[in-house]
Write a protein that binds this ligand. Structure first.
Ligand code: MN
Length: 314
């Protein structure tokens, strides 16, 4: 582009895009974070990219060996204003929540918890499991229409599988190539796990959605960029398909949706629209009030930290 926005003809980047196209690819590094002693790669949010559709959080954990001395898991903590979406590549976890859900999740299954106004949950190591744990925890921001509503929990063992050119896909949320996931979504959204075979693959896409990729295993070439675990590849709006190339078996998540209806405020385990809401939610959790309920977990309850801003009304 020239300074006045007119695409210039020629130059080093001219061969990266077909004529007339200006498709976004922004590859940025995930942030290393610690969640209750577990190291994760946080692909979302990014400093300059808070949401992809309504997807607002993506923690890629493992692969890591869990055993009696190093159990994986996270004690009781609250959420509001979001759905948690849990997807495992290896291992298992036991979900307990304040709706009295008690559900073991294994690879190929989806846990989707809706926080609405408030819920609490724990992800516990299961008694019998020792081995490699590998997965991703995603959050989806709830729109104004549902974010003050009821909490809910879904566990899906049957998700649609789609065979694409060069890849097999599982539809976690939304629709791909005519196959629709039974999982709840409150906004126009898609979440797909792709398993690429060495060679070329083509993924159909909804052009009114923005999309991003998170690679869980292997590596993929997209539009001249190489994408590996520990990165977010933001793909923007306006694509009707995505060409990918890989030299090894590669597993990645495709996240997409209609750009979210409003800016969000996200702090600790809460998604809302103001710092005031965050501070109130934290105070209610720490006071043990009824809003977030009880999980029934024997793991230690995780207290909310002090909000980092001086003026919660600001
Ligand atoms: Mn959680």
């Amino acid at each position: 582009m020239t300074a006045d926005g007119v695409p210039f003809d020629g130059g080093p980047s001219a061969d990266l895009e077909a004529p007339g196209e200006a498709l976004t690819i922004e590859v940025s590094a995930s942030r290393e974070a610690d969640v209750a002693g577990n190291r994760v790669r946080r692909a979302l949010p990014q400093r300059t990219r808070r949401t992809v559709g309504a997807w607002c959080f993506a923690d890629h954990m493992g692969p890591v060996t869990a055993d009696g001395a190093h159990p994986m898991g996270i004690g009781p903590h609250p959420h509001s204003g979001l759905h948690t979406v849990t997807w495992l590549v290896e291992g298992e976890l036991l979900h307990r929540d304040s709706l009295e859900s008690e559900q073991t999740i294994r690879p190929g299954q989806l846990n989707l918890m809706t926080a609405g106004d408030g819920v609490s949950h724990a992800e516990e190591p299961t008694r019998q499991f020792e081995g490699v744990l590998h997965g991703i925890q995603l959050w989806v921001a709830q729109p104004e229409a549902t974010r003050h509503g009821e909490a809910a929990f879904e566990h899906h063992t049957e998700l649609p599988e789609v065979e694409l050119t060069g890849a097999a896909a599982t539809v976690l949320v939304g629709e791909l190539a005519g196959a629709t996931s039974p999982a709840r979504k409150d906004t126009a959204l898609v979440g797909v796990e792709l398993r690429l075979r060495p060679g070329n693959a083509v993924l159909p896409m909804e052009p009114t959605f923005e999309h991003a990729l998170v690679v869980l295993q292997g590596s993929v070439e997209v539009g001249g960029e190489s994408v590996v675990p520990g990165q977010l590849a933001y793909l923007g709006l306006g694509r009707d398909e995505l060409g990918m190339e890989t030299v090894e078996d590669t597993r990645l998540l495709v996240l997409g949706g209609t750009p979210f209806e409003s800016p969000i405020v996200m702090w600790w385990n809460f998604v809302g629209r103001s710092r005031q809401e965050m501070a109130e939610a934290a105070a209610e959790w720490n006071s043990g009030g009824e809003r977030f309920g009880e999980t029934g977990s024997t793991m230690a309850r995780i207290p909310a930290p002090r909000p980092p801003w001086r003026d919660p009304a600001g």
